[in-house]
Ligand binder design. Structure first.
Ligand code: UDP
Length: 139
């Protein structure tokens, strides 16, 4: 059975700009329930591991530096069809291509500093959630 959970991060650019509240409101209005949530910061090694799938890409170094430069909000969210619906809510990777009404359209600055992460599959949602949370932190 497909899981109804996804994993998200409010990235350092959006935390620095004071957008935690605005983004959490959009997540709640989108019908997602918060299963786990915390303010945390990834080390360089954490970011390298989290984004290991992108390690051959030209932007990898920049991405690791960006994602480890300050606090993030990590969260696990629950909803019917969570992974796909959350990808719709956040919008395209490049905010210039993100649809009206999406989180990235409203808050992202660039293709790199794009305000939020959303898992791209049920399998990755489970892996990414477990990367940040112990079982007793999920409700
Ligand atoms: N990214 C980047 N430059 C690019 C493409 C992606 O810096 O040309 C960063 C961006 O922060 C993005 C992350 O790498 O969110 C992961 O890329 P992916 O293609 O998986 O996009 P996403 O699933 O986050 O929309």
């Amino acid at each position: 059975m497909a899981t109804n959970r996804t994993f998200t991060m409010i990235k350092p650019d959006a935390v620095e700009a004071g957008h935690i509240g605005g983004i959490l409101n959009m997540i709640a209005d989108g019908g997602f329930r918060i299963v786990a949530m915390k303010l945390t910061q990834m080390t360089v090694a954490d970011a390298q591991n989290f984004y290991a799938i992108h390690k051959e890409r030209p932007f990898f170094g920049e991405l690791v530096e960006f994602m480890s430069r300050g606090p993030i909000v990590a969260a696990i969210l629950e909803k019917e069809n969570a992974v796909e619906d959350f990808r719709t809510l956040i919008g395209a990777t490049n905010p210039e291509q993100a649809a009206e009404g999406t989180i990235r359209k409203k808050y992202a600055k660039s293709i790199g500093e794009n305000a939020v992460h959303g898992s791209d599959s049920d399998e990755n949602a489970a892996i990414e959630g477990a990367f940040h949370f112990a079982g007793r932190e999920m409700f």
